[in-house]
Design a protein around this ligand. Structure first.
Ligand code: NAD
Length: 710
């Protein structure tokens, strides 16, 4: 007997197969589990068996494919054959003539959802947290177990495209409405009872596509309605991905071609596209970073070992402005009591009202309830009294970006905060080691850099000051995980990691403008590069005046240290625009003009910075935007600001949206190889300036064959 799929034949002739892969927290379609599933057709052939209920023995039904195995494949034949082998098993289960029901007790995602789709009926526990769907595309893959073809034949081309092409979770209620589920159940007992009843009622089950005269819902790829969708879907996808995600194109091709073929031929086509995805550089990059490195971070790879894990019960927030109010909300949402302090009761109350606003909106959209809102709001205490901070395990400072104000609140807080507790600053620009000078316990002082809007942004950059202790770092790390965010850990430096590297992207775009590159070409290059927003539009969002202010502050700080400030060539453009009052979006005028209808590039830009007669190729612009960032990230490793490649890659994607298909700013270099990077960076340096001279660490890698790697 296979121990990954446990079998139990009841007196009623119903075989219950429970997936429970030994040694893994979740069921994944690894060798032993697939082998277990492969034994099912023979068991079903037993005349004593009337039908089969397939369920999960862990919290999940089955969470997906085994990515450990998948990345070992080096030749396209391997994913093709692997996918065909799984299909053969699933096909045998659905065609042996007896009813098979998936009793979905928990998440059924990716390959797990495909297994469920190969059953004749699916019944799921009605739990709002339960996730169904095909998220493969998010890692550059597509469902390779027949999922694209079964979905096409269950819900039609348009919905199948959405499910596979966007990869979002499908909630139980929605799946029921779409006809992907036959029924729902209150709990596991009712689930099993309903699955058995379905078998009783359907003694001779067959899949719709195995019945005579089957027709794809909504029509096949030749029918007029579907042809209309097929005519525009690639353009919509292209506008969204700029052709950077081959999996999206392969999914559309799979569904289009599958819609012209019989089920078994369509499955072969799917396996070919699956192999193309698996072998693609994009999938390798995304799996490396968004799966392996992200999981390592969540498991605490960047957290000091040897300090026991702890939870925060009460947190204090100094400053109830945009950031303080946001951090208060995400903390209270995680069940933490919050003291929200500001200079006046009105300011503190306004900070709390931010949570009320978010919760009211969620309730209106049906994502929360009045009870939950009230419970969360009850956890937030607005105040002006420092004594209320007593009993906090952690206090986060989010007052004005001003050293003197921050020093003052640090002293006042430490007067009431327990000596072993942690004080964190959410500063975006001031080095932590300097701020810690105002603290009487610098070992307990740390940076917790949140991003705006706090409730939406997934990353928190933890900044370790020169005197910050491991104990403090561990506390901060645990808190970030506790509120459901992803922590990266970096050493102190001007701009830390994220702001420093992000700035190189925006400044490179702005420099191009000065050189006579047409602003439209610059913006399109940002989008083609896969960045979420083009550089000029992004600087407008951040505000040009803030950029100028930070530059001036840096100049002063460096002068005080006896160092000179090498201004980026793009700064002259920002200064020029600020001088004519074009300070960014908040003023309605920056690189763009803003009004009720939206935004347009300011027409005068081309008068101020006349476009050169010969425009550079887009590929050159894209390389400049990406190499500038990757090179700066490499310098952060070289200078010890970054402590691991995982922090660098995840920080770049989650922090400022570095094109995910590259797998992050350091993976960008690894993926093309250090030698190729150095060669191209030197070309760019010769043409555009010394900032492109490759970081010494990459030059060494090119010489010795190293990489940033894991
Ligand atoms: P904000 O102006 O919206 O809020 C600051 C709040 O601090 C105000 O409510 C103010 O009344 C309060 N405050 C000022 N002095 C105080 C004092 N002595 N005691 C108590 N409260 C006081 O500013 P913000 O955008 O929330 O930024 C706060 C901090 O977070 C800054 O250090 C900023 O650099 C940093 N930060 C901002 C962003 C962002 O996108 N805005 C992102 C990351 C970090």
């Amino acid at each position: 007997m296979n121990d990954a799929v446990k079998l139990e034949l009841g007196g009623d002739g119903i075989l219950v197969a429970t997936m429970d892969l030994p040694g893994r927290p979740m069921n994944v379609l690894a060798g032993a589990l697939v082998e277990g599933l492969a034994t099912l057709p023979a068991r079903l052939a037993d005349p004593a068996v009337r039908g089969l209920v397939l369920t999960g023995g862990k919290a999940d039904f089955c969470a997906g494919a085994d990515l450990d195995g998948l990345v070992q494949w080096t030749r396209p034949e391997q994913p093709f054959e692997g996918s065909m082998a799984l299909k053969k098993v699933l096909r045998a289960i659905e065609t042996q003539g007896k009813p098979v029901v998936a009793a979905i007790n928990g998440h059924a995602l990716g390959g797990g959802f495909e297994v469920a789709l190969a059953c004749h009926a699916r019944i799921a526990v009605d739990d709002p947290r339960l996730k169904l769907g095909q998220p493969e595309v998010k890692l550059g893959l597509l469902p390779g177990g027949g999922g694209t073809q079964r979905l096409l034949r269950l819900v039609g081309l348009q919905q199948a495209m959405q499910i596979c092409g966007e990869g979002g979770d499908i909630a139980v209620g929605k799946a029921l409405g779409m006809g992907l589920l036959a029924d729902t159940a209150r709990d596991r007992d009712e689930l099993m009872a309903k699955a058995r009843a379905w078998i009783d009622a359907n003694p001779k089950a067959a899949q719709p596509w195995d019945r005579p005269k089957f027709k794809i819902p909504g029509g096949d790829s030749r029918s007029p309605g579907v042809v209309q969708v097929l005519a525009i879907a690639p353009s919509i996808a292209s506008a969204r991905t700029w052709g950077n995600y081959p999996a999206v194109q392969h999914i559309m091709s799979c569904l289009f071609e599958g819609g012209l073929l019989d089920f078994d031929s369509a499955c072969v086509v799917e396996s070919r596209y699956f192999a193309a995805c698996v072998m693609s550089r994009e999938a390798r990059n995304m799996i490396h970073t968004l799966w392996f490195q992200l999981n390592a971070i969540k498991k605490g790879a960047s957290r000091p070992a040897g300090v026991e894990r702890a939870k925060v019960g009460k947190v204090g927030l100094l400053g109830a402005g945009m950031m303080g109010a946001g951090i208060a909300y995400v903390s209270a949402k995680a069940g933490i009591d919050v003291v929200l302090l500001d200079t006046t009761p009105e300011a503190a109350a306004k900070g709390k009202a931010h949570s009320q606003g978010l919760l009211d909106k969620a309730e209106k959209k049906g994502r929360s309830t009045a009870d939950k809102r009230d419970a969360l709001l009850a956890r937030i205490t607005p105040t002006t009294a420092y004594e209320d901070l007593a009993g906090c395990e952690l206090v986060i400072e989010a007052v004005f970006e001003d050293r003197a104000v921050k020093a003052e609140v640090t002293r006042k807080t430490e007067a009431v905060l327990g000596a072993d507790k942690v004080l964190a600053s959410n500063t975006s620009t001031l080095p932590i080691t300097g701020l810690a000078e105002a603290s009487s316990r610098p070992a307990n002082f740390i940076g917790l850099h949140f991003f705006s809007p706090v409730d939406k942004m997934p990353l928190v950059e933890i900044i370790v000051g020169r005197k910050t202790s491991d104990q403090t770092l561990a506390r901060a790390f645990d808190y970030v995980l506790q509120i459901g965010k992803t922590p990266i850990v970096v050493n102190d430096s001007r701009g830390f990691y994220t702001s420093r590297v992000f700035a190189t992207y925006v400044m490179e775009g702005i420099t191009m403008l000065k050189e006579g590159v047409h602003p439209r070409s610059i913006e399109v290059a940002g989008q083609q590069a896969g960045m979420p927003m083009p550089p000029l539009a992004l600087q407008d969002e951040v505000s040009l005046s803030l950029g100028l202010h930070v530059a001036e502050q840096t100049r002063k700080d460096l002068a005080a240290e006896g160092r000179t400030y090498a201004e980026h060539p793009g700064m002259a453009v920002i200064r020029q625009l600020c001088e004519v009052g074009r300070i960014g979006r908040k003023a309605g005028r920056g690189f763009y003009d803003y009004d009720d209808e939206g935004k347009r590039l300011w027409p005068e830009l081309t008068a101020l910075f006349p476009p050169a007669a010969t425009q550079p190729p887009q590929a050159e612009l894209i390389d400049r935007l990406m190499f500038a960032q990757a090179n700066e990230a490499a310098r952060c490793v070289e200078e010890g600001v970054l402590r691991s490649s995982a922090d660098g890659n995840i920080g770049s994607i989650f922090g400022w949206g570095f094109a995910p298909f590259h797998g992050g700013a350091l993976r960008f270099i690894d993926s093309m190889g250090a030698r190729a990077f150095v060669e191209r960076a030197r070309e760019l340096a010769a043409r555009h300036g010394r900032r492109f001279e490759p970081a010494a660490i990459v030059v060494r890698q090119a010489e010795t064959g190293g990489a940033f790697g894991q």
